[in-house]
Design a protein around this ligand. Structure first.
Ligand SMILES: [Zn+2]
Length: 309
């Protein structure tokens, strides 16, 4: 029974890698669950929930080992960066399981993976909606083609207790090489999900609480804590996709999160630098709007909506 706070360190050609890790060993044996927050450094609700969970856990009541990385991407957090790690501009959540011999962010991914993920039984990839987006809280799972592993991830996705459980549309096997933290773990046979709650660069109590409930549910579902799961929502189990714009300019999405849109419905427009409409956005099929990019800056081929159907 112990609580140990430490910073895992590594050197990458003179640039320091630092990963803050809290390890809580329970009073009796049991599984290992790793909670990794702050893979995207400006997703504050997930980071705050991870910090708070670490302070509320009573190690005498815990079975097994709980590891919590509060901020996986420290340079991104300190730099207030959307998506990327500012040292080399890469998206940490596309580089797992990582490599110590490539770029800084690949090395960071491998430090996290080898210290916190590889030998775990359960891994949560905790996100909080990035600075530029607003989203309905949801859990995300990949597909490996290993039915047993995939079904356990789906069960954990339900147990986390958010209104949407979204499966990535990629075909089985497409995640075998790893990419996001949870998909790399899932490909290694570990029960793992992504969980999103929060957004717009804000620290909002409602979304912190949503994550905290999901984290507690996870520990109960793993039989590391006693108690019943708290499941306040009906869970919609759907497939997810991203809708993009094809023009550069100023984007005006017209749908809100949680909206249901119909095929052929107008859902926004893009204007050029002079205010003329250059693209009308039309829903290609019926879908739920799960996330909206709320900043008007529109690069060619940028995502404007995440949807589910
Ligand atoms: Zn994220």
């Amino acid at each position: 029974m112990s609580i140990r706070n430490r910073i895992i360190t590594a050197d990458h050609g003179g640039d320091a890698i630092r990963v803050p890790l809290i390890e809580i060993s329970g009073a009796s044996d049991g599984p290992v669950t790793s909670i990794v927050a702050g893979v995207h450094g400006a997703e504050y609700c997930g980071i705050e929930a991870a910090v708070r969970l670490s302070r509320e856990i009573d190690s005498e009541r815990l079975r097994g080992t709980l590891r919590i990385v509060t901020v996986a991407n420290v340079p991104g957090f300190l730099g207030r960066c959307e998506v990327q790690c500012p040292v080399d501009g890469q998206n940490l959540n596309r580089l797992f399981p990582g490599s110590a011999t490539k770029d800084y962010t690949d090395h960071l991914a491998s430090v996290i993976y080898e210290n916190c993920v590889r030998d775990a039984d359960c891994v949560l990839n905790i996100h909080g909606g990035d600075i530029f987006e607003e989203l309905v809280p949801y859990t995300g799972i990949g597909r490996t083609g290993n039915a047993q592993v995939d079904e356990r991830c789906r069960e954990l996705g339900r147990a986390y207790g958010l209104p949407f459980l979204l499966e990535s549309g990629s075909p089985p096997g497409a995640v075998a090489g790893g990419s996001s933290l949870n998909q790399a773990a899932q490909a290694d046979g570990i029960t793992s999900i992504l969980a999103e709650s929060g957004g717009r660069g804000l620290l909002e109590e409602e979304f912190v609480e949503t994550h905290l409930r999901g984290m507690r549910n996870t520990l109960k579902w793993m039989d590391m804590l006693d108690g019943d799961l708290e499941l306040p929502n009906e869970v919609r189990e759907l497939t997810t996709d991203f809708w993009r714009i094809s023009s550069e300019g100023i984007c005006y999405p017209e749908q809100a999160i949680g909206d249901r849109v119909r095929e052929g419905q107008r859902i926004g427009e893009v204007k050029d630098w002079f205010g003329d409409t250059v693209e009308e956005l039309i829903a290609p099929r019926d879908a739920w709007i799960v996330a909206v990019v709320i900043t008007p800056a529109a690069r060619k081929d940028a995502i404007v909506y995440q949807v589910a159907f």
